[in-house]
Design a protein around this ligand. Structure first.
Ligand SMILES: [Ca+2]
Ligand SMILES: [Ca+2]
Length: 351
């Protein structure tokens, strides 16, 4: 072999080795999300204290009616007594009484709900009490095991304790894969309402502060893309003013009326509704995305003003190669609120 040819082969082999190395390190690639024609969703909610979880499930049913979403399963993150029956009552009202529903064994949220018990006792459902619901992890694992590879979008609008339990789960009768490998194989994206960006208040955002260790673990170990919908995104999008256009038999209307004590023209921030909207529509015209990583707990250095921070405190670290991203508003909150209110009303049309 000539010296020139030997150098040529050596060069080609070096390039090949380099490329294999790069591919191995970046197996998932930088954040990118294009919704499927029909987005397959698992809905993970703390449907108890706040009412935006109810609004989020209503607009999810609106998307289901349009054929743009399918609800594979729902899980409750706070075992407050009537979470699972409340979810089931809403699904039943919208014609889907058999969606699998699980509940966490934990109760990170000790608050009392103004609507949960009433909805579960006055609207048709066949769960009746959280005591009768299966385990959230079992519902997650069964649902993921039966799904196509890379097809599932998880929507979390409460604390991250169920996701934490899922990631730490071992193989079982549904799948021999452990939680991390099962998520890696089946999940396309997880959209999470949690955190505040670029930096939270010292005490941390509510959902994160309910289960801060779970948030840190999920941010460090989740093997698929994460879109974080921070507190700042939903806070000033005010929805609910058209709730009176829904039927009096609709548990969504009842929940909003109980929450607001029938206050005229009541509106509420739309954290959880926007999380569902992103899962189904992607970033739309009204938001952009910023790639990076959410830092919690041990990953956080110092708050910028060096104030003492609570366990749920978070920061955002910009990284254009990251598999995760945050939503960034383009300042069209009024228009987005109109669209969400419209979706809530449409959930009932053609019922
Ligand atoms: Ca049912
Ligand atoms: Ca919530």
């Amino acid at each position: 072999m000539s010296k020139k040819r030997f150098i040529g082969i050596l060069f080609a082999v070096s390039i090949f080795v380099l490329l294999v190395g790069v591919c191995a390190r970046k197996e998932l690639g930088a954040y990118r999300y294009t919704p499927d024609e029909t987005v397959k969703i698992i809905f993970d909610t703390d449907m108890d204290t706040d009412v935006d979880d109810v609004g989020a499930l209503a607009i999810l049913h609106s998307y289901i009616r349009e054929g743009r979403a399918e609800l594979l399963a729902a899980v409750g993150s706070c075992n407050t007594g009537y979470t699972a029956p409340c979810i089931d009552a809403i699904n039943t009202y919208y014609g889907l009484p058999d969606i699998p529903i699980g509940i966490s064994p934990d109760c990170p949220d000790k608050g009392t709900s103004r609507y949960q018990k009433y909805i579960s006792e006055n609207f048709e459902n066949d769960i009746l009490s959280d005591k009768n619901a299966g385990s959230a992890v079992d519902v997650y694992r069964k649902c993921l095991a039966g799904a196509d590879n890379g097809s599932v979008v998880i929507v979390v609008v409460g604390p991250l304790n169920n996701l934490y339990d899922l990631l730490r789960s071992e193989g079982d009768s549904h799948s021999s894969l452990n939680g991390v490998d099962l998520v890696r194989k089946k999940v396309k994206l997880c959209v999470i309402m949690g955190g505040q960006f670029p930096e939270s208040k010292p005490q941390g955002e509510y959902n994160i502060s309910l289960a801060p260790e779970a948030a840190e673990f999920v941010s460090q170990n989740f093997p698929a893309h994460i879109m974080w919908c921070g507190y700042e995104i939903g806070e000033s999008v005010m929805t609910g003013k058209r709730i009176g256009e829904l039927s009096e038999n609709n548990p969504v209307r009842a929940a909003y009326e109980l929450y607001s004590n029938k206050q005229n023209g009541f509106t509420r921030s739309s954290w959880d509704l926007l999380t569902v909207m992103y899962a189904v529509e992607g970033k739309t015209l009204y938001y952009s995305e910023m790639k990076g990583r959410a830092l919690f707990g041990g990953d956080v250095t110092l708050r910028s003003d060096q104030e003492t921070v609570g366990a749920g405190y978070n920061q955002w670290k910009i990284d254009r190669f990251s598999k995760d991203a945050i939503m960034v508003s383009r300042g069209q909150e009024g228009r987005v609120a109109e669209l969400l209110d419209q979706k809530m009303v449409e959930s009932e049309q053609n019922k």
